[in-house]
Design a protein around this ligand. Structure first.
Ligand code: SF4
Length: 321
């Protein structure tokens, strides 16, 4: 079995708002192994992006990690200083954001942005940093990189910008790569190309990848394991086949049913999960999903279910399992 490189223990990240405290990450336990690609899935607002930002040390005020540990190869990231996290980011841990314009500096050429990574973290200079940058642009499928490397980001299409972002993220062979909705902002054809780039990178590098997404279709393409989040908790976790073929938690069942299916006449059908995510400042007692759950019983309104193993490697937080 591969080494566990990320071990999150009882993590809590809160936001203080005028309406009250939002427990965006509410006691999460999660392990990721070297070479594993884990899909962290759930609807918008379920806490998956905040979990990613917590790992990266990028939670901004009024948010704050208020409890738990994030052990990266045994070192607790929660106790690291901002400078220590800055050193780690981009080097041993990196993140691809949904919108490439968040990562790319519009007034710097792509060559400057890529070469800076090698200069800052590896002390490389001139030709060496440029050569490495050209190799990376080839790796992520940018044609004629010699002609394009000195262009500004706005001279690239959205898909090509996202490839540059991926190039920057994997430049230093991070041991852990987080990708937050990396294909959501792109059209379907470009999405397929970016998924292929990520698949190829998986084969070439031995990094662990956490893919944060609301799209189970993308998860099915890329991930070996899946953790399903709901209102700041992980409510089901297992290997891809188990989650897709034998989902147990009613929320996961709803998510799986929401994967567009091609009907005989070729039309995609989307099944929505009834109800909406609870107001984060007014989380219901008991199971947080109970107001939306068609199987809810009395116990569900009073007692919060804990995540427990129901079969080897398959964990579920539901009273009925
Ligand atoms: Fe539904 Fe109850 Fe299970 Fe929650 S614990 S998912 S309300 S059956």
């Amino acid at each position: 079995m591969n080494e566990v490189i990320l071990d999150i223990q009882n993590l809590e990240t809160n936001f203080v708002t005028k309406k009250g405290i939002v427990r965006a990450v509410d006691g999460v336990d999660l392990q990721v192994r070297r070479g594993e690609t884990l899909g962290l899935v759930g609807e918008s607002g379920c806490g998956k992006t905040v979990l990613g930002l917590s790992i990266m040390g990028l939670v901004d005020s009024p948010g704050r990690i208020t409890g738990g540990k994030i052990l990266f190869k045994g070192e607790d990231l929660v106790s690291k200083s901002s400078e220590e996290m800055r050193q780690l980011r981009g080097d041993r841990i990196s993140m691809i954001f949904q919108d490439p314009t968040v990562t790319l500096n519009p007034v710097l050429r792509v060559s400057q942005q890529l070469e800076e990574v090698f200069r800052y973290h590896r002390g490389m200079k001139g030709k060496e940093a440029r050569q490495k940058s050209l190799e990376l642009l080839s790796l992520v499928g940018i044609p004629q990189p010699e002609e394009r490397i000195d262009r500004y980001p706005f001279e690239f299409s959205g898909g090509m910008q996202q490839r540059v972002v991926i190039a920057i993220a994997v430049a230093l062979n991070p041991e852990l790569l987080l990708a937050d909705e990396p294909t959501t902002a792109l059209d379907v054809t470009v999405q397929a190309q970016i998924i292929k780039v990520l698949k190829d990178l998986k084969q070439q590098k031995d990094s662990a990848i956490i893919l944060i997404t609301h799209d189970m279709g993308v998860v099915a393409e890329l991930c070996e394991t899946v953790a399903v989040t709901y209102a700041g908790n992980i409510i089901e976790q297992g290997d891809l086949e188990t989650i897709l073929e034998r989902p147990s938690h009613p929320y996961t069942v709803g998510l799986i049913q929401s994967i567009p299916k091609m009907e005989e006449h070729g039309k995609a059908r989307l099944t929505a999960i009834p109800g909406t995510l609870a107001d984060p400042t007014e989380i219901p007692p008991g199971c947080k999903f109970h107001p939306r759950c068609s199987r809810a019983e009395e116990v569900c309104k009073k007692t919060r279910p804990v995540l427990r193993e129901v079969s080897p490697g398959h964990k579920v937080a539901c009273h009925l399992d």
